[in-house]
Design a protein around this ligand. Structure first.
Ligand SMILES: [Zn+2]
Length: 251
């Protein structure tokens, strides 16, 4: 009896915080908002946090989904999430960042890429802007090749390959990232146009091809060092990134 009461409490608490979005393979279950105060450059900023899970089963009976969680080994298949700031649903002007997970850059602060810098800097820019969202895309490690393959690609890079050549040598496309789920989630949270924080025109294309109205783009270069100079040059010369002039840009 105690168990049943507990279960119905869990369901009543969670059901209004979960929404079902359909995608081509099944469902996206979006959970949130959750209050998340964050230490951003020494200042406590309150964000709203959402997380989503892809699942083949499509049901609005969330009880079924919750019941399956503990047996699903979800820690092995990391989920994506979003931080929103301000009145993300209603404000006319919102700044968004579609950030690809980078274990080495975001967590360890690796200087081989500019991801860690871009992650923190985009949060700061969103807060300064007043409204926006950071999408943290968990299936985008190493431009979609996964962490283990990225480690091997790094070894190739230490032996003369550039980032694009290394991915090709391991049998991957240069860029295997897909933004369709992130766009679905964005549309569930907001219908007005957004500005995108990026140096990557493919992200602009992916978003506008999916029918999203973009009101602009803001650049996000910085943290250039001897360790990532070549990587950043490759982004511009081989992957079509846009070269912008910013005070912190070395070139
Ligand atoms: Zn990185």
């Amino acid at each position: 009896m105690a168990m049943i009461q507990y279960t119905s409490k869990v369901q009543s608490v969670l059901k209004d915080k979960i929404q079902l979005l359909n995608n081509k393979e099944g469902a996206i279950y979006l959970v949130g908002p959750i209050r998340l105060p964050v230490n951003l450059y020494g200042e406590t900023i309150e964000f709203k946090w959402y997380c989503w899970l892809n699942c083949e089963e499509v049901t609005e009976n969330y009880e079924r989904i919750i019941a399956k969680l503990s047996a699903s080994n979800l820690a092995e298949l990391q989920q994506s999430s979003i931080l929103t700031y301000g009145d993300f649903e209603n404000d006319d002007d919102a700044l968004i960042r579609m950030h690809s997970i980078c274990h080495t850059g975001d967590i360890f602060g690796s200087k081989r890429c500019d991801c860690g810098f871009q992650l923190k800097q985009s949060m700061k820019k969103i807060v300064e802007h007043g409204t926006g969202a950071l999408f943290y895309l968990a299936n985008h490690e190493g431009r979609g090749i996964g962490l283990f393959s990225k480690a091997m690609a790094y070894i190739l890079q230490e032996n003369g390959f550039d980032t694009v050549e290394a991915n090709h040598a391991l049998g991957f496309e240069d860029d295997s990232r897909d933004y369709s789920d992130a766009i679905k989630v964005l549309k569930a949270l907001r219908s007005k146009p957004v500005s995108l924080l990026t140096n990557n025109p493919r992200k602009l294309d992916a978003l506008s091809n999916d029918g999203l109205t973009l009101s602009g783009r803001e650049a996000l270069w910085g943290d250039v060092s001897e360790y990532n100079e070549k990587y950043l040059e490759t982004k511009i010369n081989r992957s079509g990134h846009i070269r912008d002039k910013e005070p912190c840009d070395n070139d």
